[in-house]
Write a protein of this length. Structure first.
Length: 238
């Protein structure tokens, strides 16, 4: 087992690692324990009571965080003609049709989100082996296969986040940056948790959210208190 550094051990000493805390307290602890010299990403980590091997127990969706992610999102848009011009005006960093498909097929993935117009999906669909493992494949269920590219770009750049359960039944998703206030982190986290509750598959039985924690890039995780049906939080989201 790797030995943790002095700063990591000092962060652990600021709270009880095995204790679960209300959401607002957990984000305050995370802020206090942060020690890195850069603006770390804050991640929400969950273990769900689902079996992703079954199609009817997949958990996937999108949610717009009230305070955004704090990250500059690079958007690639697969489109041609007027829709390509529309995407460029809306602020997409990469726009193209067959040329962009060929570039990505060659291994280029220097972007954080991808959008496609429906007419391009016949070609974009062939990029599954490149985009799929990175969570970048456009999907109509997440609003990234659309003719309204302006709206899709605005949502992604404004803090829209996609979440998806992995093959081990876990979800790892960013909810902000460590320079956010504890209140901003708590509000973003609560919105994400609410979205995950709404995405619970009907086929999932027993306890749905089995463990929840929040951490930053370099810090240890802080456990969030919860019950089988509702996260215990002082944060109210309407």
């Amino acid at each position: 087992m790797a030995k943790h550094g002095k700063k990591f051990r000092a962060a652990l000493a600021m709270y009880e690692p095995e204790k679960s805390y209300p959401l607002s307290e957990a984000t305050a602890i995370l802020k206090k324990a942060a020690f890195a010299k850069f603006n770390e990403t804050v991640d929400l980590d969950l273990r769900l009571g689902v079996d992703p091997r079954h199609a009817d127990q997949q958990v996937r969706g999108t949610v717009s965080l009230p305070h955004g992610t704090g990250k500059t999102v690079r958007v690639a848009v697969f489109a041609k003609g007027e829709k390509a011009l529309e995407a460029e005006k809306a602020g997409a960093e990469l726009v193209g049709a067959e040329d962009l498909v060929a570039k990505v097929a060659g291994g280029f993935t220097e972007f954080d989100a991808a959008i496609s117009t429906p007419d391009m999906m016949g070609q974009v669909g062939k990029l599954g082996k490149v985009l799929g493992p990175r969570g970048l494949m456009p999907n109509p269920k997440t609003g990234t296969v659309t003719m309204d590219v302006t709206k899709a770009i605005a949502e992604i750049k404004g803090g829209k986040v996609e979440f998806r359960v992995d093959k081990t039944g876990n979800v790892h998703v960013p909810v902000g940056k460590i320079q956010f206030t504890p209140e901003q982190l708590a509000e973003n986290t609560q919105v994400m948790l609410d979205a995950l509750h709404r995405a619970k598959p009907a086929a999932a039985k027993g306890i749905y959210m089995r463990s929840i924690s929040i951490s930053s890039t370099m810090s240890p995780g802080v456990k969030i208190a919860f019950s089988a049906t509702k996260v215990e939080s002082e944060v109210s989201v309407t």
